[in-house]
Design a protein around this ligand. Structure first.
Ligand code: 13P
Ligand code: SF4
Length: 304
């Protein structure tokens, strides 16, 4: 990316001088994902990696809840986000007060909370999950009913893979809710051999058409494992196909992409500015953070 080269060079130089590490989600643009990130991954990988970071400063290239999760995992580190306004429709769909009301309405039912939520919501929860471990988290609780919030579609997709009864909330991802089964079936009719790969934040009727559904890293692994000459349709955010194209040699990507406006708030000029000014810093009230951290750690420790 010739036009990005001066920014990439300046960011990589300054990040070393500052002793900062750049964590980037799989939905970041290729110039960020390939050009300046030290660690890339899905939400679970980023949470796990944040806990292991030795640098004193983390620059989180992703949305606000991801930066907050890094802060929960590393309370003593400085966590910076290049645009404080990078939100998420799922995180905005529910508040801590909503979760307290849910608990009153369903006494004794454990609350499994998607990481795409604020620290305040996590603090009211029993355990977190991501799209890559949701079934495992639900089944780890050893109960017959759980509340899985706030993504209605993720909850419905998980319910198809377990005998545990799943109650949910009405939150949706504004990117994945826009895909329809009809559009995917049209691609399938035009090219019967195409492999359709969807994120589980898509409606269940969309996931039903897919050959594989999983987290963003699960989707990347599936796509890169296809034989050269395969055609893969990625039902997710636009940058995924661009980021995976280089690793998946010989695989052709079909991209009916929907853009996440929140992820796209993060740009190279803003990352450079963050490193120059050390702003904006993401903080979480320590008492709230202790409760929210417990829910994230319960999830992260499941496989340890
Ligand atoms: P992953 O955990 O699969 O990376 O999902 C995060 C996200 O925001 C998807 O929309
Ligand atoms: Fe939130 Fe959807 Fe954007 Fe992911 S893609 S950050 S779930 S709005």
């Amino acid at each position: 990316w010739p036009m990005h080269a001066p920014y990439i060079a300046a960011i990589n130089r300054l990040k070393k001088e500052r002793g900062a590490v750049i964590l980037a989600h799989n939905y970041q643009t290729p110039e960020i994902f390939h050009g300046v990130a030290d660690i890339v991954g899905d939400s679970l990988q980023l949470a796990r990696e944040a806990a292991k970071v030795e640098a004193k400063i983390i620059v989180q290239c992703g949305v606000h809840f991801m930066a907050e999760t890094s802060k929960l995992m590393c309370p003593d580190k400085t966590v910076l986000i290049p645009d404080m306004r990078a939100g998420c429709s799922l995180a905005e769909s529910i508040t801590g007060a909503d979760v307290r009301l849910l608990r009153e309405a369903h006494p004794g039912v454990p609350i499994v909370t998607y990481v795409n939520t604020s620290a305040e919501v996590k603090a009211e929860s029993d355990i977190c999950c991501t799209s890559s471990n949701a079934v495992q988290v639900v089944e780890s609780l050893g109960v017959d009913t759980v509340l899985m919030i706030p993504d209605e579609y993720l909850a419905q997709n998980v319910a198809r893979q377990t005998n545990v009864k799943i109650l949910t909330w009405k939150g949706h991802c504004e990117v994945h809710e826009r895909f329809t089964a009809e559009e995917l079936l049209a691609y399938r009719r035009a090219d019967p051999g195409i492999r359709i790969v969807a994120h589980p934040e898509c409606p269940p009727e969309v996931v039903a058409v897919a050959d594989y559904a999983g987290s963003t890293s699960g989707m990347i692994d599936y796509a890169t494992a296809q034989a050269p000459g395969s055609r893969v349709l990625l039902v997710t955010e636009c940058s995924m196909a661009s980021n995976v194209e280089t690793a998946a040699k010989g695989v052709q990507f079909v991209k009916p992409c929907n853009m996440c406006p929140h992820m796209k708030r993060i740009t190279l000029p803003k990352i450079l500015d963050t490193l120059l000014t050390m702003r904006e810093e993401v903080t979480v009230d320590p008492a709230l953070a202790a409760r929210a951290r417990a829910a994230v750690e319960r999830m992260v420790n499941l496989n340890n």
